[in-house]
Design a protein around this ligand. Structure first.
Ligand code: 6CS
Ligand code: FE
Length: 295
């Protein structure tokens, strides 16, 4: 059995920061696709690319209605793919929507979506994870600062940083209703977090992450070095961001929900192996083990 080197140690006794060892944009700058060479350079530099209109305003209702259908379906609510808000018990997220919803399966295969993922990752891609985040108004809780890759490496066994997320707004993301915040440039440093991964960590971490969260000192240093950018945009806008960006989002106490669909593409050259820092794998609806490329 070939042993795979752990390039990004995490979840040990102490927090440890190492430089990124992987490219950000794996495709060559002139790879054909929807992203211009300039925008690819911007993604390399910042770790993100904001798109004002990934889907047209008249397409949004199809996805917003599908989100509504899913979150009001009692069967979905009873399914383990649904995560509820700690306080209100309203649905916070539904995972694996690319498998349980034909509407979201179509969106994944849309060239405007998968075409951009292939350009950034320089290969065929498969979906590592998808979810709808409802973030209803009147108190929905946010997501504390974290790097997705830190979790996807430690708990899902993704070896390299060859993974990209897209968050597509299905309701308007104002500067007040708990939008996505990213520290620009933070993707070039891997912060290995202190603290072992508890068994079945996902049962808690998807509501309120604990293992894999950075220390206040590290966050202070990173925010001072990189700053913090808040992403706003109309329904249909999108943010592509590298798997290792330090990011988070605040609570939403406004009456206006901040709902998005979130799709994580992983390169077929970066298939998940065993977790690098967790006792067991997470369920497949969170960390896919079906590596079939998106066609
Ligand atoms: O654990 C995960 O896979 C999820 N957790 C967060 C807070 N963001 C990435 C991902 O959806
Ligand atoms: Fe995240």
């Amino acid at each position: 059995m070939t042993t795979i080197t752990d390039l990004y140690p995490s979840r040990g006794p102490v927090e440890v920061s190492v430089p990124r060892k992987d490219p950000v944009v794996w495709g060559s700058p002139d790879t054909p696709g929807p992203i211009s060479a300039t925008d690819l350079q911007g993604f390399e530099r910042d770790g993100f690319l904001a798109i004002d209109q990934l889907i047209a305003p008249d397409e949004v209702p199809l996805y917003a209605q599908e989100l509504e259908r899913l979150v009001t379906d009692p069967q979905i609510r009873a399914d383990e793919r649904s995560i509820v808000e700690p306080k209100s018990k309203e649905i916070r997220s539904v995972f694996e929507v690319h498998k349980i919803s034909e509407v979201f399966a179509q969106l994944v295969r849309d060239e405007r979506v998968v075409g951009r993922a292939r350009q950034i990752l320089g290969s065929d891609v498969y979906v590592h994870q998808s979810r709808i985040n409802v973030k209803p108004g009147f108190g929905a809780s946010g997501f504390y600062w974290h790097s997705d890759f830190e979790t996807w490496h430690a708990e899902d066994g993704l070896p390299n940083m060859r993974t990209v997320s897209v968050s597509i707004a299905l309701t308007e993301n104002y500067d007040t209703n708990g939008g996505l915040m990213i520290m620009p440039g933070s993707h070039r440093t891997f912060l290995g977090c202190a603290g072992e991964t508890p068994r079945d960590n996902y049962k808690k971490s998807l509501q309120m992450q604990d293992a894999g969260t950075p220390s206040n000192e590290a966050l202070t240093a990173m925010a001072s070095d990189y700053g913090i950018k808040l992403f706003t945009g109309k329904a249909g806008s999108a943010t592509w961001f590298d798997c290792n960006c330090m990011h988070g989002s605040g609570d939403n106490i406004t009456p206006f929900p901040r709902s998005n669909v979130f799709i994580v593409f992983n390169s077929v050259e970066n298939e998940a192996v065993e977790p690098f820092a967790a006792p067991v794998r997470r369920p497949e609806f969170i960390g896919a083990r079906d590596f079939t490329p998106v066609k």
